[in-house]
Design a protein around this ligand. Structure first.
Ligand SMILES: Nc1nc2c(c(=O)[nH]1)N[C@H]1C(S)=C(S)[C@@H](COP(=O)(O)OP(=O)(O)OC[C@H]3O[C@@H](n4cnc5c(=O)[nH]c(N)nc54)[C@H](O)[C@@H]3O)O[C@H]1N2
Ligand SMILES: Nc1nc2c(c(=O)[nH]1)N[C@H]1C(S)=C(S)[C@@H](COP(=O)(O)OP(=O)(O)OC[C@H]3O[C@@H](n4cnc5c(=O)[nH]c(N)nc54)[C@H](O)[C@@H]3O)O[C@H]1N2
Ligand code: SF4
Ligand SMILES: [Mo]
Length: 885
């Protein structure tokens, strides 16, 4: 009998419920859980492809020390001994943990307890510093606590949804679909997108304010001033429940409309249109994500937004409120356990002596940390200069994802002890580990996560742990025991940890602390196993609430929310050499450093190469043509090479490059090598969206494209990017031709014994070289080399690896790199669920399909997860424009 397990998607903060089915033969399939209140059965492209990411390719399966396999006892003893020794010689601040919003709450709780309670340092920080720190800081300044006031339903109930610095269509796709469905059923609802790029999310927008980078504070200050001048202030609410509006209004009035237009690059009529709409609409939700948080003015941006909601009294009620969209599946759980260096536990403050005393007594902690620890950027700085001598990195890949990533890499290389817990063994970070601890991954471990709307859901195991992998909490608890803190880390299961975490949340909590899951303090194994998704708070008496602050009570000392006066940042002088703002972020079908989504050929087919979006006029000025390679160079002299994607979705003077490519997948495209570690002064969150770069065309002597059944290993090129295909790999590359010629290079990479003659084609004039290698009827490899960007139908070529080539005469047609007349070439994949390509959609459009639904009816595209619906609409719009022309 197949087994079915209810669990939660391990990707974004929407936190969708998933049903994982394991058949008798071990085959796994996933579908959305119709009963989960985050998604009611929906899944996006990444969630739908989860089963394709569970293979053991590249998995870390055994502990390793110095690259050699060791037993768990040896590895854990070494870690515990080294940490103890370092602490004995240099004090507790000489060690650090760098952890992740992708750990489960139970993992996170144990890590935080070990570091802050028993090691006695707060040098524990998480990748949430790169993600949510500005929201946390903004919430705490305004509300006195890190509280997300609303819930997903508010987006559906609102009459106006403002999306600030959020590409929700790609990054929170199921929530976006819920919003799209609500808007479709209630067309009076308005959506405003505020983003320097015209993203897929703008598909839903009634208004897109294509604002200059970091114009947010000026914009929302302008809105606050407008509310004040146009009767938009809720005087009763403001008078009773808030303080400080006077100063905030003075700060907001510093710029007049013309100056705001200058600071934001948005015209005055467009600004007024938005202000008027906000002022006139009672039910407004403002969602924000990394365009807000990842900025040197990130915390001020959060407060500029919150100020407008406080001023208009639009908070805590159905369909209204500021709403921070969390990125990672357990960004919220990490905040609840206090995983940030400047937090304590259960939403308590490390600076607060009463909180420290409380937590110390609850944990019976021998050495509770007395002050905040180092935040991520400072932490790696301390590793670089030798203050930190031992670091344990868990469930994150900082050599790729931290700003100034090359410096992080060098710091780890120089660090005496680097411990890495990961599920994969060859990540850019794991490769630098002295001690590599193999972690049990999604589907293999149990625990809980909290999504963006404070909903706690279980993740449940449905697969056996492969090799000797262990869940992160157990690795941490074992080290805790071996460091001599036995009793405090003697957990038998995640349920015990969760119960302790819940008990701490109500310990001496008389209602002064928002985080309260006292209702779970006595949870036993069975109740934990059966736990259904619920929103916190859930107190001991069983009371719960969907929203915070509906009663106007905040968690500040006087119980009032605080307006924070904020000022628009001064704009930096234009830099002629480094003329472009480097915006970075995400694409639809990949997750961060791709250690999981990169395993799925389907997900890799949507965008298979790192790219840089450039405005057409900038491209023309720099003589960059579409599909050229471009070099981006930072003032520090670091550079990357990626593919040019010329589009008017981009603002002039800005470029956008995704963060996903790594030393494993495209070593010349690690964008964080270029991003400076400039941080927000309040939150310490790096400004990952506003580096400066110079841009130029990268002219390589040779360009190539290879599809190959085997992963090529000899890659001596200045640019290459590899992606999974259905029956192998696809590789883009450019650089110097190999000294011994292309055929020898191909043979080396194929490592196929007894490989016969290759089918070859050369054109001295164009510089084209093409080779085909067959094994029986299967294509082993097809190589296309040219002196400019190679024109080959990528998707079609990759598919040739999966089909039989029995007809010898037809084989040579493959050399052309596109189907022979009459053959089908679907083009780049748009819908990854049904592998529908852009050419399929264009053909359907030509034969009369005029809407996304019509395309769905004809081709199925967009009818499963729906993530590609904005892309389909964009293609249709383009064809209509062409048709109209
Ligand atoms: N497909 C996919 N989904 C994901 C992830 C993933 O890796 N892949 N990661 C998850 C995680 S951890 C996170 S944090 C979220 C991130 O989710 P988002 O924040 O939605 O995604 P980003 O692409 O980082 O950036 C969002 C937008 O901010 C805009 N922006 C840049 N500068 C500014 C500015 O100054 N002001 C404004 N208003 N906007 C600006 C960018 O142009 C970009 O479109 O996504 C989550 N979901
Ligand atoms: N330029 C730029 N840089 C950015 C961003 C940006 O927008 N622009 N965004 C930032 C943000 S918001 C974020 S959240 C970060 C994300 O950046 P990272 O956290 O570095 O990226 P991931 O690829 O998610 O790394 C997760 C790692 O954990 C491993 N893993 C998966 N499951 C488990 C498990 O159960 N246990 C253990 N121990 N390991 C596991 C994975 O294999 C992977 O190596 O990137 C940040 N960096
Ligand atoms: S929206 Fe997609 S990635 Fe996010 S939790 Fe749901 S299925 Fe997973
Ligand atoms: Mo994130």
């Amino acid at each position: 009998m197949p087994t079915e397990t209810r669990t939660t998607c391990p990707y974004c903060g929407v936190g969708c419920g998933v049903i994982a089915q394991v058949d008798n033969d071990g085959h796994v399939s996933v579908r959305g859980d119709p009963e989960h209140p985050a998604n009611y059965g929906r899944l996006c492209s990444k969630g739908s492809a989860l089963a394709e990411t569970l293979d053991l390719d590249g998995r870390a399966l055994y502990p390793e020390v110095g690259g050699l396999r060791k037993s768990w006892d040896e590895a854990l003893d070494l870690v515990a001994r080294s940490f103890r020794q370092t602490i004995a010689e240099h004090g507790p601040d000489a060690v650090a943990f760098y952890i992740s919003g992708q750990m489960l709450t139970e993992d996170y709780y144990v890590a935080n307890k070990l570091m802050k309670g028993f090691i006695g340092s707060a040098n524990i920080d998480t990748n949430s510093r790169l993600c949510m720190a500005s929201s946390v800081a903004g919430h705490r300044r305004a509300f006195g606590s890190d509280t997300v006031p609303g819930c997903y339903e508010d987006l559906e109930l609102a009459d106006l949804v403002v999306l600030v610095g959020s590409n929700m269509a790609w990054c929170h796709p199921v929530l976006y679909q819920r919003l799209a469905a609500a808007k479709a059923s209630r067309p009076t609802m308005k959506v405003v997108v505020i983003d320097p790029r015209r993203t897929a999310t703008c598909d839903l927008a009634d208004i897109h304010l294509q604002m200059s980078p970091d114009g947010d504070v000026a914009l929302f200050n302008g809105l606050l001033a407008y509310l004040a001048e146009n009767g938009g202030i809720d005087e009763t609410f403001v008078g009773k429940h808030t303080s400080g509006i006077g100063e905030a209004l003075v700060a907001a009035a510093r710029l007049d409309m013309a100056e705001i237009a200058g600071a934001t690059g948005v015209s005055m009529p467009a600004l007024r249109q938005f202000f008027r709409l906000f002022c006139a609409t009672e039910r407004v939700v403002t969602c924000y994500s990394q365009g807000v948080n990842q900025s040197a003015s990130g915390t001020d941006k959060v407060n500029a937004i919150v100020n407008c909601h406080l001023a208009s009294g639009r908070i805590g009620h159905p369909g209204m409120g500021p709403f921070s969209l969390t990125g990672q599946p357990n960004a919220m759980g990490g905040r609840e356990v206090g995983g940030l260096a400047n937090m304590l536990a259960a939403h308590m403050a490390i600076e607060n002596p009463a909180h420290r005393d409380l937590v110390k007594r609850f944990w019976k902690a021998p050495a509770l940390a007395g002050k905040p620890g180092l935040k991520a950027v400072d932490m790696f700085e301390a590793v670089a200069d030798g203050r930190i001598k031992a670091i344990w990195i868990m469930s994150t890949n900082p050599v790729v994802s931290m700003p100034e990533a090359d410096r992080v890499r060098d710091a780890l290389r120089a660090c005496p002890l680097v411990v890495v817990s990961d599920i994969q063994k060859n990540t850019d970070t794991a490769r630098l580990a002295h001690v590599l601890l193999p972690a049990a991954g999604w589907g293999e471990k149990s625990g809980s996560v909290t999504n963006s709307e404070r909903r706690i859901s279980r993740q449940r195991a449905f697969l056996a742990s492969p090799g000797e992998t262990l869940p992160d909490w157990r690795q941490l608890a074992e080290v805790g025991k071996r460091m001599g803190f036995g009793a405090a880390f003697d957990y038998a299961s995640p349920a015990e940890i969760f119960a302790e975490h819940a008990a701490l949340s109500v310990f001496e909590n008389d209602g002064a602390r928002d985080f309260d899951i006292g209702g779970c303090a006595d949870i036993d194994e069975q109740a934990y196993e059966e736990l259904t998704p619920f929103q916190w708070p859930r107190s001991k008496d069983g009371s719960s609430r969907k929203r915070f602050f509906e009663d106007g009570r905040f968690f500040t000392e006087d119980g009032k929310a605080k307006f924070v006066p904020v000022h628009a940042p001064t704009r930096s002088e234009p830099d002629e050499l480094y003329a472009f703002t480097l915006n970075t972020g995400r694409i639809r079908d990949h997750w961060h450093t791709m250690t999981r989504t990169g395993k799925s050929a389907r997900l890799s087919a949507h965008i298979a190469e790192p790219f840089c979006e450039i405005h057409p006029l900038d491209a023309r000025h720099l003589r960059i043509a579409d599909a050229d390679l471009v070099r981006l160079q930072s003032p520090q002299g670091a550079s990357i090479i990626v593919r040019a994607l010329i589009t008017d979705r981009q603002l002039r003077g800005s470029v956008f490059t995704p963060m996903h490519w790594t030393g494993e997948t495209a070593p010349s495209a690690r964008v964080d090598g270029l991003v400076p570690s400039r941080v927000d002064p309040v939150s310490g969150q790096p400004a990952l969206k506003t580096g400066r770069v110079a841009l130029s065309r990268y002219a390589a002597p040779a360009h190539g494209f290879l599809v190959s059944a085997r992963r090529p290993t000899d890659l001596p090129f200045s640019y290459w990017a590899i992606a999974r295909a259905d029956a192998g790999y696809r590789l883009e590359f450019a650089g110097e031709p190999p000294a011994d010629g292309w055929e020898a290079w191909l043979r080396r990479n194929l490592q196929a014994e007894g490989l016969g003659e290759l089918t070859g084609y050369h054109d001295a004039e164009s510089g084209d070289h093409r080779f085909l290698a067959f094994d029986g009827e299967s294509l082993l490899a097809a190589l296309f080399v040219s002196c400019g960007p190679v024109e080959v139908s990528r998707q079609w070529a990759a598919e040739q690896l999966t089909v039989r080539h029995a007809d010898f005469r037809a084989r040579t047609a493959l050399i052309a790199g596109r189907p022979a007349a009459g053959g089908a070439d679907k083009g780049a994949i748009v819908c990854s669920c049904f592998s529908v390509g852009v050419n399929d959609i264009l053909a359907a459009a030509r034969s009369g399909c005029r809407s996304v639904d019509a395309i769905g009816a004809a081709l199925n595209a967009g009818t499963n997860c729906g993530s590609c619906r904005p892309d389909i609409r964009r293609i249709l719009d383009a064809t209509h424009i062409i048709a109209a022309e």
